[in-house]
Structures are given as structure tokens and as C-alpha cells.
Design a protein around this ligand. Structure first.
Ligand code: F0G
Length: 351
């Protein structure tokens, strides 16, 4: 059998690129749709995790970035720019490196996880730390791309959304139908817009008969879609979704309303609880923002809004190694152990 060719070549009729374009891919997509037995038992549903940390740069952003960078290279411009809470910048930096393009990333000073910064640095991006939040960074990137010869590769670029639809296609291809409910963390709202577009496209073409209800979860300190208005000073431990004014607001509203879905705010405490549960009970290490979908699953199961017996997919959007600092917080054993098996056995309560 052929090796997985990346999402552009896997879905050529659904993800168009310019004729004759050189496809820039790192083999993104085809990520695990992993059954989650513990979560299934807790909720009385059939829960699957779409493990997007398995993408080449460790997040779902690679699905959109292969398309955005392929288009950018074909356009003849020599540089790309993005605003980011970290994952978009890591992905843009990697794909731009592969394409031989210059990459500039605007990130909020001091508010991006260490692993993401490390990726952007090593891939050779020009990193500009902005004295402001993600929303300020995005405005700055958009203005720069209007006035200068540089391609904006944020999800306001529609080809990013086209690529990110592929995750919905893959889920349907594996299940043979769409799930009943799809849970997502929501920040700038590009991904929920893309999933809904993907599911709708498959249903419209008769590939599947159904579309899922879209459940979108935001961090309580950064929940503009839940409140119905922008948040001026967003804050959450889930830095990836620390966003007050989502660019794809309309797309997210459409996904929720057309699918009889919901938006809900999740506290940082509940996000971290789900983060630890995923690691300890399912063996899946995600970054904090990614656990928001699972925290939301548990919240809706607890208050009866999640119908028992449903088939549910929770996207876990990014790899846990992106943010080692949060993983280690309060968990580091400092006391050294004697080099002695009885000391090891005692530490483990073995007898
Ligand atoms: N989860 C992770 C790990 C993310 O990095 C993001 C967004 C989201 C969820 C939310 O997705 O914005 O499409 O609603 N990260 C962007 C970035 C903003 O710059 O990397 P969304």
C-alpha cells in the first residue's frame, strides 16, 4: 500500500490547490480516532478522541497550513505572516521552512507555551513578541498583509478552513457515518467552522446521511461566544484559546445554530481536571486547551444535555509536550532515592 500522502492528495476533489502548484506537505492528517473506554463508561456514550497531537508539528493546524503554504508558494510571494497563541506559529514555521519561504510570527509576549516557541525558533521563523494579546497580534498581522507583499496564513485565510475540513472527512470515513455529537475547544473559531463545513459537505454530497450536533467549549475567562460579546482582557491557563474576539465568529454561530449545538464556558479548574484524567485514564497526553472538549463532554453528561447512547467525537487539538511546564506543576518529586531495590519497592508500596 502507498504511504499516507497528506490531506491535499488524500482529498484532491475537496481541497483544491492552484493548477500545477507544488504541494507542500509534511504528511499531516490520518490521525487516530481513538476509542475512549473510560470516558465512555463515565458518560454512557460511545466516546472517541480525534488525536490531533499526532500531526507533524503536534496540532491540528497542520491540516490548514499545508494548504495555506501551498497557495502562498504558488502566488510567488516570498514571505508569510501569522498571529498566534503558539500552534499556528509552530505549524507556519515548519511548512514555510519546507517551502523555502520566510515566516514571521506575531505572538503575545510571555503567553505562549515553551514547546511552541521552541518549534518556531528551530524552524527559523522571525519571532515578534507583541506587547498585547492574540487579538492585537491578529489585527497587526492583517494590517501588515494588506500593506506589504506577505501572505497572511491565519484561518481568516479561507484555504486554511478548507484544509481543516479534512478532519471531519476522516472521522466519517472511519465511522461510516458522522457522529451524533462533536465536541471541540473554541478559540478563534476557525476549527469549529471548518468541521461544520466538512460534515455539511459530506452530508450534502450523500457520503453520509447525518451531521453531528456541534458542542463548542471555551475557557471561562475567554468565552466571548458564550457571552455573546467580545472579551477585552481574556485570561486562562489554556493559553492556546486565550482569545477575546474570534475572527470566525459568524462561522461558529452558524455551526451551533444549524446543528442544534451549544456553546459553554469551562473553568480552568475543570479544564485541568480533564487534562489529568485524559493522561491517567486514557493514556493520552494533550495540552490544556485540548482538554476543554473533554471537560465540556463531562459537564454536559453530568447535567443531562448529552443523550446517553450517543456516538461522540472529542477533538483533542494539540500534544501535551507543547506545554511541559503545566504538566510538571506541583508534580515534581525532589527527594532523591538510594540506589537500592528495597528503596524502590518501598517507594512503590510493593511488598
Ligand atoms: N486548541 C489548540 C491546541 C489551539 O492551538 C487552538 C487555536 C484551538 C484549540 C482553538 O481553535 O482557534 O480554530 O477555535 N490556536 C490558534 C493558534 C489560535 O494561534 O495556534 P480555533
Amino acid at each position: 500500500s502507498q504511504p499516507w500522502p497528506g490531506i491535499i492528495r488524500a482529498y484532491p476533489d475537496r481541497i483544491p490547490v492552484p493548477a500545477g502548484a507544488k504541494v507542500i506537505t509534511l504528511g499531516e492528517g490520518n490521525t487516530p480516532l481513538l476509542p475512549a473506554p473510560h470516558l465512555s463508561e463515565l458518560t454512557g456514550c460511545e466516546v472517541h478522541l480525534k488525536v490531533e497531537g499526532a500531526n507533524p508539528t503536534g496540532s491540528f493546524k497542520d491540516r490548514g497550513m499545508t494548504v495555506a503554504i501551498t497557495h502562498a508558494l504558488a502566488s510567488g510571494l516570498k514571505a508569510v505572516i501569522c498571529a498566534s497563541t503558539g500552534n499556528t506559529s509552530a505549524s507556519a514555521a515548519a511548512y514555510a521552512a519546507r517551502a523555502g519561504l520566510t515566516c514571521a510570527v506575531l505572538v503575545p509576549q510571555g503567553k505562549i507555551a515553551m514547546g511552541k516557541l521552541a518549534q518556531a525558533v528551530l524552524h527559523g521563523a522571525r519571532i515578534l513578541q507583541v506587547d498585547g494579546n492574540f487579538d492585537d497580534c491578529l489585527e497587526l498581522a492583517q494590517k501588515t498583509a494588506i500593506d506589504y507583499p506577505v501572505t497572511l496564513v491565519n484561518s481568516v485565510n479561507p484555504v486554511r478552513i478548507a484544509g481543516q475540513k479534512s478532519a471531519a472527512f476522516e472521522i466519517c470515513d472511519v465511522l461510516g457515518q458522522a457522529p451524533d455529537i462533536h465536541c471541540l475547544p473554541v478559540g478563534n473559531a476557525g476549527n469549529i467552522t471548518a468541521y461544520w463545513a466538512g460534515y455539511s459537505e459530506y452530508a450534502g454530497d450523500g457520503v453520509v446521511k447525518n451531521t453531528p450536533r456541534m458542542f463548542g467549549f471555551q475557557a471561562a475567562g475567554a468565552a466571548p461566544l458564550v457571552h455573546g460579546e467580545p472579551v477585552t482582557d481574556p485570561d486562562t491557563i489554556a493559553t492556546a484559546i486565550r482569545i477575546g474576539s474570534p475572527a470566525s465568529w459568524d462561522g461558529a454561530m452558524k455551526a451551533k445554530n444549524a446543528s442544534a449545538g451549544l456553546f459553554e464556558a469551562i473553568t480552568d479548574e475543570k479544564i485541568l481536571e480533564a487534562y489529568r484524567l485524559l493522561a491517567r485514564k486514557e493514556g493520552v497526553f494533550v495540552e490544556p486547551a485540548s482538554a476543554t472538549s473533554v471537560a465540556g463532554l463531562l459537564a454536559t453528561a453530568a447535567d443531562g444535555r448529552l443523550p446517553k447512547g450517543s456516538t461522540v467525537v472529542c477533538t483533542v487539538t494539540g500534544h501535551g509536550l507543547k506545554d511541559p511546564a503545566t504538566a510538571l506543576e506541583g508534580n515534581v518529586e525532589v527527594e532523591p532515592l538510594a540506589v537500592d531495590p528495597t528503596a524502590v519497592a518501598a517507594a512503590l508500596d510493593l511488598r
